[in-house]
Design a protein around this ligand. Structure first.
Ligand code: NAP
Ligand code: MG
Length: 501
């Protein structure tokens, strides 16, 4: 097979990993797709083929669901002590950590992100998530509940709740943080004793498959984690609709989120969704701009703007608007754009030609409607899917670039005059995933945090993630919270037991 990565920068394990077509993980075995088909995954820095992957579709999903069903209903996973479940997850975290370089390189090659970032963010966050969730395995508790049943006044009861795993879980993840999204999904499901069929994004299946090898090495029983790469319209849709899947967890676009909800109606499986965002970032006259300017720049440019919580609407109080906009533009100009594997690169390519076209299309629509770029606005180079970090001004609240999720390195900067006005604009969006406030007035920060309709609010910081901190959206940004102990609720059922004593 042809690969474009046989250079000395690439870890030998990864050269080997890419040298043959990758299979899917079903019931603890690496298997070809039922159709025998494979699909290509592309290196977005070059546009050239990086590797080939088995193309899962309906039949493969069915086999994987059956394996997960059997592993849940009759396998050892649920019968392991919670402590042993936790130890297995902890072993996986250790393996992730000891393969940091391999995973970081794979993430960079497949997704485009700088390897230097993947090394310090994506991979350690994934290991941390498994450790945090491993700790919960022994702490999933019910309650005892005093009863006062009015029609049996002389009878006493012992009533308690059990928190039990929801069952077989289908998990569909996007391409922006391929390994980390797999960890966010798998961690709480494993801690609670569920079994899983995971479908990675077609653009970035490789790190999930590498993780699958580590999962096998960590000693999870067969069928507990099944990984089926494939296309959303076939493999993803089959998983969301499958009658033997008890719950589906999805991260991706709001549009596909609606399909997931519809597909789930057949057996009314539980659904959790982590969808899009258009997050407002509010900078007040009294903000510390020395920290604030690089802070708001990285809020949008981190991961090339391909973050569901990217700070893509920048609202700046009038007195400092010009200073902040020129500061952010300066930060943007200084970002070194290049291939993710180059250790000096600060921003890599977007994930695909489709994503590059989408982002350039948004820029075009903004320019047609009268927006202006203070910096950026174009693609970079002729090969690879690079787009300049871009700062737009002269926008109107109704423009597509202000209302819709661009999912690229594009921020719209808008001046405001008072708190009421900026809150009205900040909340004037179908999404409600994240927001931030930059001010030195702590009372104002708390007041505004309470008024913002979003699942996360950062104050004088941005993109701070921790396995213990719940993450998820208000409004059309989703249903449910991932991470933190809230995530356990997504993967458990509550059973009420009432005993006459
Ligand atoms: P997407 O289509 O929503 O993809 C997310 C996941 O859903 C992928 O695994 C995808 O498979 C799968 N999928 C697609 N159609 C499906 C269906 N009918 N049933 C079940 N699963 C399905 O996202 P995208 O097309 O890659 O990106 C489009 C836009 O979505 C982006 O520009 C961005 O605005 C938004 N997005 C948001 C997030 C987020 O974290 N909130 C992440 C990624 C993208 P395939 O890989 O085959 O498509
Ligand atoms: Mg897609």
């Amino acid at each position: 097979m042809k690969t474009t990565t046989t250079n000395s920068l690439v870890h030998q394990d990864i050269q080997q990993f890419l040298a043959s077509s990758r299979k899917m993980l079903i019931d603890g075995k690496w298997t070809e797709s039922a159709s025998g088909k494979t699909f290509q995954t592309v290196n977005p820095a070059t546009g050239k083929v990086l590797g080939h992957v088995a193309e899962g579709a309906q039949e493969d999903i069915h086999r994987a669901v059956q394996a997960a069903r059997q592993a849940f209903d009759t396998g050892p996973w649920r019968r392991l002590s919670p402590s042993d479940r936790g130890k297995c997850m902890w072993r996986l975290a250790d393996l992730i950590e000891s393969h940091t370089e391999q995973l970081a390189q794979l993430e960079s090659l497949d997704n485009g992100k700088p390897v230097t970032v993947a090394r310090v963010a994506d991979v350690p966050l994934a290991a941390d998530l498994f450790r945090y969730m491993a700790g919960w395995a022994t702490k999933i508790e019910g309650h005892t509940i005093p009863l006062s049943v009015p029609y049996t006044p002389n009878t006493r009861y012992l009533a308690y709740t059990l928190r039990e795993p929801v069952g077989v879980v289908g998990q569909i993840i996007p391409w922006n943080f391929p390994l980390l999204m797999a960890a966010w999904k798998l961690g709480p499901a494993l801690a609670t004793g569920c079994t899983i069929v995971l479908k990675p994004a077609e653009q970035t299946p490789l790190s999930a498959l590498f993780l699958g090898e580590l999962i096998c090495e960590a000693g999870f029983p067969d069928g507990v984690v099944n990984i089926v790469p494939g296309y959303g319209e076939t493999a993803g849709a089959a998983l969301a609709a499958h009658p033997h899947v008890d719950k589906v967890a999805f991260t991706g676009s709001t549009e596909v989120g609606r399909h997931i909800v519809q597909a789930a109606t057949g057996n009314l499986k539980k659904v959790s969704l982590e969808l899009g965002g258009k997050s407002p970032n509010l900078v007040f006259n009294d903000a510390n701009l020395e920290a604030g300017i690089p802070g708001v720049a990285s809020a949008i440019f981190f991961n090339h703007g391909q973050c569901c919580c990217a700070g893509s609407r920048l609202y700046v109080e009038k007195g400092i608007f010009d200073q902040v906009v020129s500061g952010v533009a300066e930060e943007a100009k200084n970002i070194k754009v290049g291939p993710g594997m180059d250790p000096t690169t600060q921003m890599g390519p977007l994930v695909s030609d489709e994503q590059q076209r989408r982002v350039l299309g948004y820029l075009e629509s903004g320019f047609t409607e009268g927006a202006e770029a203070v910096t950026g606005g174009h693609r970079v180079g002729e090969s690879g899917y690079f787009v300049e970090p871009t700062v737009l001004v002269n926008t109107q609240p109704t423009m597509k670039v202000v209302q819709e999720e661009i999912f690229g390195p594009v921020v719209c900067a808008v001046p405001f005059t008072d708190v009421e006005e900026v809150l009205q604009q900040a909340n004037d969006n179908i999404y409600g995933l994240a927001a931030a406030v930059w001010t030195e007035d702590i009372n104002k920060a708390h007041r505004i945090a309470a008024e913002l309709k979003s699942g996360s609010v950062w104050v004088n910081c941005y993109n701070i993630f921790d396995a213990a901190l719940p993450f998820g959206g208000y409004k059309q940004s989703g249903w449910g919270r991932e991470m933190g102990h809230d995530a356990l609720e997504l993967y458990t059922e509550v059973k009420a037991v009432c005993v006459k004593t």
